[in-house]
Design a protein around this ligand. Structure first.
Ligand code: LMR
Length: 407
């Protein structure tokens, strides 16, 4: 076997992170992986997570036993409420089937695998992803055999949404296609549809009987408001669509390495009467058991404490505002500095885009200059994680961008 294994390329994000750590320059700046940093460029343990963690550790009933196959049930229900809203008709009508997963990646995978077994017309169906999308989407769907197609998303001219291209492809895609949608704070572009545009997208999805698959990894990071960031998903559910959701708590709880997430399958109205939820649950249980047996407990217990305690929940909302507020200040700071220098190009997109990332428009050779000459690490497609900026490196980064662009 070993002889025939070809060398695979390094992961673009984790490879970059390793290169950053190897760089011994004290000027280095990490604008690569989407992980929040404080103004000292350090990982930030959310104050609310510190409290919840203590509560979990000091619980006299704490142990390291297995969780059920579907995960911690209270946590799963709280995750549903968070993404769908407490008043969701789907929750009230018992049409949501939830499994705790290995963060968002595991949720996308479980969904991709489930659909590869049960989505009708497999041989004619493709999964449509935005151009561009999170690089891992291609691998996750590809690994379980899904052919992938792309829909236009980012306009290189306006550095905003190409809504006409997006809707055009949705209209011509074969009926019943799976459409992967970023619920908010699109990764990597930082460009989200407006509510009006979501309505247009939903209308075409209904007309063409497509299947929406939402990825929500940044709830609370787009607007700083959890409900507003859940709007698109809640709207699709109100329309009575059948859909699924991959939910990550890596970023909004800062629980990156704990791998806390959930997969939700929302059935259409009326499904409860036919026992749909029970059937879906039974199949997901088999998939989950064979893949991970049961999900990891610790991080989910921490998240569960916050999600189910009103006081801690309110504190979490404050922590989210702290993170999204600092990121928004960094956007303003970078734009201001580039404009003050007269750096060629327009820079309004830096503050127009939202969430953790900005799609700067920097080209691959410019990204190369930034890395080699300035020790600034970002992915080749020009995406930066704004969380890597801080009050001490903003001037340096703006100077470096200016230099790379003029070169
Ligand atoms: C990112 O896009 O930087 C994050 O989602 C981290 C990851 O797993 O790729």
């Amino acid at each position: 076997t070993a002889d025939v294994v070809p060398q695979a390329p390094e992961d673009p994000l984790f490879g970059l992170m390793a290169a950053y750590h190897r760089d011994s320059s004290n000027l280095k700046v990490d604008l690569g992986i989407g992980a929040y940093r404080d103004d000292q460029a350090k990982p930030w343990i959310l104050p609310v997570i510190k409290k919840a963690d203590e509560r979990v550790r000091n619980d006299p009933n704490f142990n390291h036993e297995y969780l059920p196959i579907a995960g911690l049930s209270e946590y799963c229900l709280a995750a549903q409420r968070l993404v769908l809203g407490t008043e969701s008709p789907a929750i009230k009508e018992n049409r949501v089937c939830t499994f705790q997963t290995i963060s968002g990646t595991g949720a996308v995978h479980l969904g991709a695998l489930f659909l590869s077994k049960f989505h009708p017309n497999q041989s004619h169906t493709k999964v449509y992803v935005s151009n561009p999308t999170w690089v891992n989407h291609h691998q996750i769907f590809g690994n379980v055999g899904w052919p992938i197609a792309i829909y236009p998303y980012f306009s290189t001219e306006s550095k905003g949404l190409d809504i006409d291209g997006f809707l055009g492809t949705l209209k011509t895609a074969p009926e019943g296609s799976i459409i992967l949608l970023h619920a908010c704070a699109h990764n990597p572009t930082g460009v989200d549809p407006t509510q009006e545009q979501w309505k247009q997208i939903a209308a075409v999805i209904i007309e063409r009987r497509h299947f929406p698959f939402f990825d929500t990894a940044y709830q609370g990071f787009a607007s700083g408001d959890l409900a507003r960031d859940g709007w698109a998903i809640r709207y699709f559910v109100e329309l009575g669509l059948e859909l699924c959701i991959a939910q990550s708590f890596a970023k909004n709880f800062g629980l990156y390495g704990q791998r806390v997430g959930a997969f939700h399958f929302v059935s259409a109205p009326g499904a409860e009467a036919t026992g749909t939820n029970r059937r879906i649950f039974s199949q997901l249980a088999i998939l989950q058991r064979s893949e991970i047996s049961n999900p990891p407990a610790y991080g989910a217990r921490i998240a569960n404490v916050v999600l189910n305690d009103p006081e801690l929940f309110a504190q979490w909302e404050d922590d989210l505002r702290t993170m999204s507020g600092r990121i928004s200040d960094m956007r303003k700071g970078l734009r201001k500095r580039l404009e003050a220098r007269g750096t060629p190009g327009k820079w309004n997109h830096i503050t127009d885009q939202i969430g953790m990332f900005s799609f700067t428009g920097l080209t691959e050779p410019q990204v190369q200059i930034l890395r080699e000459k300035w020790h600034i690490y970002m992915i080749k497609n020009g995406r930066i994680s704004l969380a890597g900026l801080n009050s001490r490196n903003l001037d340096y980064v703006a100077e470096a961008f200016d230099d790379a662009i003029r070169e």
